[in-house]
Design a protein around this ligand. Structure first.
Ligand code: SF4
Length: 207
């Protein structure tokens, strides 16, 4: 089974607790105004990755990590691959799994009544990003979003995870600069202003 992904990065310390491996899926049709990853909307971008090969590679290095984070893009727009990958990782490792989705929990339950995802994940942050509700938070992009925990297929609104919460700008092997983490309200404007003082014009893709 193939999974359309944009990038994989590790280690990441700002998308969940501890030292993590992060996966950005390709493709999202939700169109949130102010999305910081509009380059991930196009479902025809990214690369098709074989999930068996990916899972085998991650399991070889699992001891180096506390968990996996899956974000995007919209992970639930590739539901079968998401559930297959996460279920296998949970079966074979002790890695916890955190997923960021733009769908609300009630939408997920309506779209996927099998609720297989509730057995495959440990944590979920749900809901569209709403720019006017942007948070000074380090796990929710906007205050309408919720943080859930899963146990034995049951979900509950969880307490916030504690982690560094710092976000980072990263440079890929192909010299692309991308962000990992959830910037707090006004962080981006502060960064742009700071860099412009040094003659660097930073432009984020924005919609
Ligand atoms: S914020 Fe997330 S759900 Fe919203 S458009 Fe961007 S990738 Fe899609």
């Amino acid at each position: 089974m193939f999974w359309k992904l944009n990038r994989i990065q590790f280690p990441v310390y700002n998308l969940g607790p501890g030292k993590r491996l992060a996966i950005w899926v390709q493709g999202c049709h939700l169109g949130c105004e102010g999305c910081i990853n509009p380059e991930l909307w196009n479902e025809n971008g990214g690369k098709n990755i074989n999930i068996e090969t990916l899972a085998a590679g991650i399991l070889k290095i699992e001891n180096a990590f506390d968990g996996l984070t899956i974000t995007g893009g919209e992970p639930f727009e590739q539901y079968e691959a998401l559930v297959a990958f996460c279920s296998y990782i949970k079966l074979k490792s002790s890695l916890n799994i955190l997923v960021f989705t733009g769908f609300r929990m009630d939408e997920l339950i309506g779209k996927f009544p099998d609720m297989l995802f509730s057995h495959a994940l440990d944590y979920l942050v749900d809901g569209r990003f709403v720019r006017s509700l942007a948070e000074s938070d380090n796990i929710k992009g906007s205050s309408n979003q919720n943080f859930y925990t899963f146990e034995n297929g049951k979900y509950a609104v969880g307490n916030h995870l504690t982690f560094s919460g710092k976000w980072s700008l990263n440079v890929s092997k192909s010299n692309e600069v991308f962000m990992a983490g959830i910037p707090k309200k006004d962080d981006i404007n502060a960064l742009i202003a700071h860099l412009s003082g040094s003659g660097i014009n930073l432009k984020f893709n924005d919609v």
